[in-house]
Design a protein around this ligand. Structure first.
Ligand code: TPP
Ligand code: MG
Length: 702
């Protein structure tokens, strides 16, 4: 450490003492400070430590690092560089460079502050302390031992140096970015989607240095946010996006809104312009705080590096607990400042928590359930992690289970108690069961217009969000995780004998399946969506992961695809086109050993297709099935429903199969129904990114 000090002024003896200090810790330096006239700590990146700045473009030549681009080795003194050496960034002459830090030469403040650990009063060496007769400029070390705090009377020994923490940070070998990325890793966030730029270089470099982080560079930031959202929907784990200030941040909006609407925790780490340029009119400067406010459950900017870790840990905590998007902007200059991780303040986050209603509430629910004659269970996304518990409840109550669209796949379609999806794409018998029920037990249901749960039927409503409870004011609201509640509820229920409901469900499902099968015309050209769904149901592996886009394809998938053990993700409440491809990217990253299938329309795919090349770049095998109907077909149907003439929905498409090949993947065009099954199987076996461009009939039925 002595080598890091340059001491000028003061007696020769004093200079020697300081230079030979054994530890060089800031405490020692500043206790001895009064002895000297001037002390410069050679803090990396702060004071004349061999850095030279180009006055044209701002590039900094660092003598310690040298400059590989100009063949200048590490350790080469700037003054020794040849006269014709030029700036590697803007080609300015060597004379355009001046030593950095001249303006910052003073280094850390000579005058220190000392804080009373009892009352918080701060003694400022510069100001002195009139109440105790201590003149301005008096070093704390010079104050007599008997001196006491002028506010609370605490002893002098109760005063630690205020600046100590700052000094340790300033001497750190790591930057704010290094520390932030390391903290993300420590909190289990190791997957980052983004696109680098000026205001995120520090963060991106920290990602590069951290071997445990995976950085997927996308071609459009919307796909980064959408993939992060999908990753959480599929795994329950948090992924991050990382963009630049301004346009990078605004491009995230739709993907982050998808996460917000579907309560999928996501961390959005964004560069921000250097603090000195902040304000209207700065290049790429936008008011990110205002921009992200309606999207986020946590929204902040790191203005002071000492708060970096604390704000990051809070951001992750908010995202996890409030189930939404946490946004943290990190100004360009702050990203690169030195920061020592171990002494940073942080908070921890509860990994997960279970909520169960008190026994009184459960008793009341049991009484209501025991009185019911035709109870029906509606299982939503909130019960997705509890299939076994939900079936146990169904058996005890002899009640059919219907699910929301999002909970499709909670149980296989052929499970005896699963009566299908309740909603406009579900089977009519699911609606009939619910309409005829005298009690509905809703488990983690979102109550969307689409599911259309009747609110005037007696209800036992279970949800982890107390605000969502009370949909039926006469009903029973249980603030609980369905998974934890059901085992406590079931023992309180009367055992029912076989009511014949299981046979009734079986008959209804058989009839519905026959109807669905009859729709799947194997001869129709262009291919009919029910036929495509039938083929996909037969060929997609039982444990595949499916990402579904928005449009008619989504309607047909919900209605006609027969789920086995597959898992799927979609844009639920935002219902945004363009979810399919980034959702599939996230799925493959989450489950590299599984087959990933993207079901998308020509409209939805073309919103996200720039990132098909990303699947090739990162070797993410997947089968993208494009229902190519040259139409925004769902809008065509909506126009028909509202008796508008069809207008503005036709699409002029590129050749998607050729596009796949141009990206380095495989493209297969299917125009004959008989070719589809073989094409899907071949695409799965190729184990590389494939687009199957299917010539599809845009009509729903007529
Ligand atoms: C970002 C976005 N813009 C517009 C819409 C409205 N919208 C819903 S479905 C749809 C058509 C989707 O077309 P395509 O992807 O080709 O699927 P198809 O309906 O033809 O199966 C549109 C425009 C939307 N949901 N999201
Ligand atoms: Mg279409």
């Amino acid at each position: 450490m002595p080598g890091r000090l340059r001491v000028t002024g003061g007696s020769r003896f004093a200079r020697r003492v300081l230079q030979e200090l054994p530890c060089g810790c800031p405490g020692c330096i500043y206790i001895l400070c009064p002895v000297f006239l001037r002390v410069e700590t050679r803090v990396p990146g702060v004071i004349g430590d061999g850095k030279w700045k180009c006055s044209v473009c701002g590039y900094v030549y660092d003598e310690e690092q040298g400059e590989p681009a100009t063949g200048t080795p590490p350790g080469a003194a700037f003054e020794g560089l040849p006269g014709d050496w030029r700036c590697p960034v803007c080609n300015a002459e060597k004379t355009a460079f001046s030593r950095t830090g001249d303006e910052e030469k003073a280094g850390p403040a000579l005058f220190m502050k000392w804080r009373c650990s009892v009352c918080g009063y701060e003694y400022d060496e510069k100001a002195g302390e009139p109440a105790t007769g201590t003149p301005p400029g008096t070093r704390f070390a010079e104050i007599p031992r008997t001196w006491r705090c002028p506010v609370c009377g605490a002893k002098k020994s109760a005063f630690p140096m205020v600046k100590k923490e700052e000094l340790v940070h300033a001497r750190a070998a790591t930057t704010v970015s290094d520390v932030l990325i390391a903290e993300m890793e420590a909190q289990g966030i190791t997957l980052v989607f983004g696109l680098p730029g000026t205001s995120s270089l520090g963060l991106v470099d920290a990602l590069r240095k951290n071997q445990n982080m995976r950085y997927i560079v996308v071609r459009h930031e919307e796909n980064a946010a959408m993939a992060a959202s999908a990753y959480n929907k599929l795994t329950g784990k948090i992924a991050a996006c990382l963009t630049i200030a301004g346009p990078g941040a605004t491009n995230l909006a739709t993907g982050l809104y998808d996460a917000k609407e579907d309560h999928a925790p996501v961390l959005s780490l964004n560069g921000q312009v250097a603090i000195q340029y902040t304000g209207p009119g700065g290049i790429q400067e936008i008011d990110q705080d205002a921009f992200f406010r309606p999207i986020t459950v946590f929204n902040n900017t790191i203005y002071d590096k000492k708060t970096a870790v604390l704000l990051l840990t809070k951001a992750i905590k908010y995202a996890a607990i409030h189930r939404g998007v946490a946004q943290l902007s990190v100004p360009n200059d702050i990203q690169k400042e030195p920061l020592d991780a171990p002494i940073s303040r942080r908070e921890s986050c509860v990994a997960g928590f279970g909520i169960v209603q008190d026994d009184g509430g459960i008793e009341r629910a049991a009484e209501v359930i025991n009185r019911a004659m035709r109870p029906v269970i509606i299982a939503g996304w909130g019960a997705f992690d509890a299939p076994g518990e939900v079936v146990a409840l169904a058996r005890t109550m002899q009640a059919p289970i219907v699910t929301t669209f999002r909970a499709k796949g909670m149980l296989p379609d052929d499970h005896a108690w699963n009566a299908g999806i309740l909603g406009s794409l579900g089977p009519p018998h699911a609606r009939k069961l619910v309409d005829e029920a005298d009690l509905l037990i809703t488990l983690g249901v979102g109550f969307s217009k689409f599911t259309n749960v009747p609110l005037d039927t007696m209800m036992v409503q279970v949800d982890t969000d107390p605000i969502k409870l009370g949909k039926n004011p006469e009903g029973i609201s249980l603030w609980s995780n369905a998974r934890l509640l059901i085992p406590r509820l079931v023992p309180k229920l009367r055992a029912r004998h076989d009511s014949g409901i299981l046979a009734e469900i079986g008959n209804m499902k058989r009839e519905w399946q026959e109807h669905i099968d009859s729709e799947a015309d194997p001869a129709a050209v262009p291919l009919r969506p029910p036929y495509i769904m039938k083929v996909l149901s037969e060929t997609v592996p039982d444990d595949a992961v499916i990402s579904v886009d928005v449009g008619e394809i989504q309607w047909w998938f919900g209605r006609n695809f027969r789920m086995k053990r597959q898992r799927f993700a979609m844009s639920g409440y935002l219902g945004t086109m363009g979810f399919g491809l980034p959702g599939a990217i996230a799925a493959k990253l989450a489950y590299p050993e599984k087959t990933v299938v993207c079901i998308t329309g020509d409209g939805g795919f073309s919103m996200a297709m720039a990132d098909f090349v990303t699947t090739v770049k990162y070797d993410l095998p997947m089968v993208v099935v494009v229902f190519n109907n040259d139409q925004l077909a769902m809008i065509q149907v909506e126009q028909m429903m509202e008796h508008y003439p069809n207008f503005g929905t036709d699409l002029f498409n590129p050749d998607f199969a050729a596009y796949a090949e141009a990206c380095g993947g495989t493209g297969i065009r299917v125009a004959e129904p008989s070719a589809l099954g073989g094409a899907v199987e071949h695409a799965i076996n190729l184990n590389s990114p494939v687009i199957i461009d299917v010539d599809t009939d845009p009509r729903r039925f007529f």
